[in-house]
Design a protein around this ligand. Structure first.
Ligand SMILES: *Cc1c(COP(=O)(O)O)cnc(C)c1O
Length: 358
């Protein structure tokens, strides 16, 4: 840190992304990427023609992509905000709607970026504890009178709440902005998207990074009332008006044309999830019910940090946090059946080694 950094950022602790090793081949189950490449149509769309137009700026309004998304979700283009990854949507949500007089509440165990944005913008933040079994209790947010950010399914737990429970939260906080982060909604959960037609204080955030195999393309979007979308656009045009690259827009349009390919991949991931949970159960692991492309799991025999470290030594990356309430747990991305079999084999080895040590 230099002496030039503004004192506004005193004490700011940045988000730490999952490891992205560029050198060694790991079975990579640590950042919830899809094990499947983008669809053949997407590969074809990023062709020499598209690349040859990279001398030109992209459409700052993203009209073609917004129209495509609007048709896909049965909303108007005015309901859609395009973001450079849904992390950017989160950034602009905090920038636009939260300040020292408009505090924010989010679950104490959730996506690690929420407290970072609160800190970045000097927003008082309430971390609402989860209940037994990392269950989110909707009543804890009923009429809370603060802006609210909830991931549904929650990360890293994978647990969901119902659309009617979300509606209760949105309805009872009419003077506060609510962001429901649905990064993982397409792995078996129910989207609350329909609520945007009824409530003007809701933004639903989704991403192309997980279900749509486009993490490297960086594309997220928010869907909400035209008023809130206009506020987000104000933030974007005051920060970076060309936030989505030409190639990413072309890839995204072909992605939406290939919906069946991705829906099929999601069914495979859900089947692999059920298989992994069942096999882990046989090994004495307890796993939370997940509607995401990852599971949150632990066992009595070996602590979470050790499982993480030993798996890494054996070439399998999962995610582990040193936070006391979750230090015993690991989050494991659901990959292909072959990847999950390697993971399960390594877990069996680790349990065996732990037994021999005892
Ligand atoms: C992965 C993730 C995001 C961000 O995804 P982007 O790649 O920035 O679109 C947002 N929220 C949650 C809960 C996530 O897990």
């Amino acid at each position: 840190m230099s002496k030039f950094l503004s004192s506004r950022f005193d004490g700011l602790e940045a988000y730490v992304p999952g490891e992205q090793p560029q050198d060694q081949q790991y079975v990579k189950l640590n950042t919830n990427e899809s094990p499947f490449p983008p669809s053949p149509a997407v590969l074809a769309a990023i062709n020499a023609d598209e690349v040859s137009r990279l001398n030109l700026y992209p459409d700052p309004e993203g009209k073609a992509l917004k129209r495509k998304l609007a048709d896909f979700y049965g909303v108007a283009p005015e309901n859609i905000y395009l973001a450079n990854g849904s992390d950017e949507l989160l950034n602009f949500f905090f920038m636009a709607f939260c300040d020292k007089d408009r505090p924010v509440a989010f679950p104490a165990v959730s996506y690690g970026f929420y407290p970072v944005y609160a800190s970045l913008y000097g927003v008082p933040a309430t971390a609402v504890p989860l209940r037994e079994g990392f269950r989110l209790e909707p009543k804890d947010y009923r009429g809370i009178g603060k802006n609210i950010v909830i991931a549904n399914p929650n990360a890293p737990t994978g647990r969901t709440i119902s659309v009617s429970e979300i509606e209760e939260i949105v309805r009872t906080n009419p003077n506060n902005a609510v962001l429901i982060d649905e990064a993982y909604i397409d792995f078996g959960g129910d989207s609350c998207l329909e609520l945007i037609h009824k409530y003007d204080n809701l933004v639903v955030g989704q991403t192309f990074s997980k279900f749509r195999s486009l993490a490297g393309g960086r594309l997220g979007y928010g869907i909400g009332s035209p008023g809130m979308i206009a506020d987000l656009e104000l933030m974007r045009y005051s920060t970076n008006s060309y936030n989505i690259s030409r190639l990413t827009m072309a890839a995204a349009i072909s992605t939406l044309d290939s919906h069946e390919y991705y829906a099929n991949n999601s069914r495979t991931v859900q089947a692999n999830r059920a298989y992994t949970v069942e096999e882990l159960g046989k090994l004495g692991f307890e796993t939370l019910p997940s509607k995401a492309n990852f599971i949150f799991t632990h066992c009595k025999a070996v602590d979470g940090g050790t499982v993480y470290r030993k798996l890494k030594e054996k070439g399998v990356l999962v995610r582990h946090w040193d936070k006391p309430e979750i230090a015993d747990w690991c989050r494991v991305t659901i990959g292909s059946r072959a990847q999950m079999d390697v993971f399960l084999d390594k877990v069996r080895e680790i349990l065996k080694e732990a037994g021999q040590d005892a």
